[in-house]
Design a protein around this ligand. Structure first.
Ligand SMILES: [Zn+2]
Length: 125
């Protein structure tokens, strides 16, 4: 197990035992969310749905339910969808930058940074 994996495991255990220390649980509760433990995988999760017993990960629920069930009436190509999203974000004051590869020097298990949480690691796990 790598040092990063050990750290993740340690934080996960601590966060599971004391979520108030790691998450804005008071805000979640105030917004009507409740904490549950998945009866399938054992992971804790927050949900606004009453009586939810599984975490919502595809393998614990009904799989990827959006496949074949589009949320729009119109079909978009990948590029069209991206451009509409970009227009939406630009109209709200955000600015696109050209894509460029970033080497994830802080991780020994990946070569490049994905468009995700990687950019904030190890401060966010
Ligand atoms: Zn689960």
């Amino acid at each position: 197990m790598t040092e990063l994996e050990k750290l993740k495991k340690q934080i996960k255990e601590e966060a599971s035992q004391n979520p108030e220390k790691f998450f804005a649980t008071d805000v979640l509760k105030e917004k009507g969310f409740s904490r549950g433990k998945c009866e399938n995988c054992g992971m804790y999760f927050w949900s606004s749905a009453d009586r939810r017993t599984v975490c919502g990960e595809p393998e614990c629920g009904d799989g990827y339910t959006f496949i074949g069930d589009s949320p729009t009436d119109r079909e978009f190509s990948y590029t069209e969808a991206w451009e509409l999203y970009e227009d939406f974000m630009n109209s709200r004051g955000y600015k696109s930058i050209e894509r460029y590869p970033v080497v994830a020097r802080w991780r020994d298990d990946t070569e490049f940074v994905g468009g995700s949480i990687y950019c904030f690691q190890p401060y966010v796990v």
